[in-house]
Design a binder for this molecule. Structure first.
Ligand code: RB5
Length: 325
């Protein structure tokens, strides 16, 4: 019989930091604060030779709306124009892994995260991000006089050198969204490169718990190793792979606190998160191909738990584990 005990010390965290390719500024309607930040940042970044894209959007924006006249007049002080600006709604935006999103207020951050939960870790309040944690909100000049707009534009403008300096120093910002432990047996090994690649694309921190070759091993060892990493809190999620996904999910689920879901379609993957708060995704490498596996992983990682009525059902599962029911 082969010795398939895993020396967990041999596992290692791989992949971590993410280059920032684009900065988003977000406010409410994308007609004053965030577009002013966008054009002012673009000007300063160009002057400093910082190669980074910039965009803006609003959590409640009416797409296509022009910038407010006060904002248009205010930014002229810096020789930039908002004449061609058209509002964009964050609801319609697809944010990429290299996106850093900076909101004008804490409320914008919370609303944006409610719209795009997968942005957790990449959304910050602008003032806090550049080191002004006290009074972190940039107030809305909407409906105010030209001097209000100018004051707000100046407030934003004064923050931007700090932001640019931070980006110059840390253009590989730590934006790890999720820590994911991965484990497979010999049959799942063929799918592991796809899983690791997908996790890298999703900018996850990955703990590879093996196996590390196609040599025959026993799936319970790897299911348990991943589940223990998740339950202990060392990893936020796990992905386990065997031939069918069945054996390794059964094994993972024997670890108290593990909720491993075997999913071979994206609907199940989403529901396993939304309703079951699954913390481990199980895949069968002999059942699905790499393309579908990638979509399932993305669906799983990006779906939040709904809580509410589902919470009490999870509580019952926990009681079952404890032998209380
Ligand atoms: C290994 O041959 C296979 O039995 C295993 O990978 C898995 O499918 C078990 O459920």
């Amino acid at each position: 019989m082969q010795n398939t005990n895993i020396d967990i010390n041999k596992t290692m965290w791989v992949g971590i930091l993410c280059s920032i390719e684009r900065v988003w500024f977000v406010c409410t309607g994308n007609t004053c604060r965030s577009p002013m930040a966008e054009v002012l940042f673009r000007k300063l970044a160009q002057e400093r030779g910082l190669d980074i894209e910039v965009a803006s959007a609003g959590v409640y924006a009416a797409p296509g709306a022009p910038a407010s006249s006060g904002a248009k007049r205010a930014v002229r002080k810096w020789g930039v124009s908002l004449d061609d600006h058209r509002a964009r709604s964050t609801e319609e935006m697809r944010f990429g892994p290299g996106d850093l999103v900076l909101t004008m207020t804490r409320r914008h951050r919370d609303l944006l995260l409610a719209q795009h939960p997968h942005l957790e870790g990449r959304v910050h309040v602008l003032k806090s991000f550049v080191g002004h944690p006290a009074d972190p909100d940039v107030a809305d000049p909407f409906g105010g006089s030209d001097s209000h707009y100018l004051q707000t534009a100046q407030e934003i403008y004064d923050l931007l050198p700090l932001l640019i300096q931070k980006l110059e120093n840390e253009n590989r910002l730590e934006m790890v969204m999720k820590r994911v432990a991965v484990g497979c047996d010999h049959a799942g090994f063929v799918l592991k490169p796809t899983v690791l690649e997908t996790l890298e694309q999703e900018r996850c921190q990955v703990l590879d718990c093996g196996t590390f070759s196609a040599e025959s091993v026993d799936y319970p060892d790897f299911g348990a190793a991943v589940a223990k990493k998740v339950v202990s809190g060392e990893a936020d999620f796990g992905i386990v792979i065997c031939g069918t996904g069945i054996g390794i999910s059964v094994a993972a689920n024997k670890v108290s606190g593990a909720r491993a879901a075997l999913c071979h379609d994206t609907y199940s993957a989403r529901m396993s998160r939304a309703h079951n708060d699954a913390n481990i995704l199980a895949l069968g490498a002999r059942v699905i191909g790499p393309g579908l596996a990638q979509e399932i992983i993305r669906a799983f990682l990006n779906e939040p738990f709904e809580g509410g009525r589902h919470q009490k059902r999870l509580q019952k599962i926990a009681e079952l584990e404890e032998g209380r029911i």
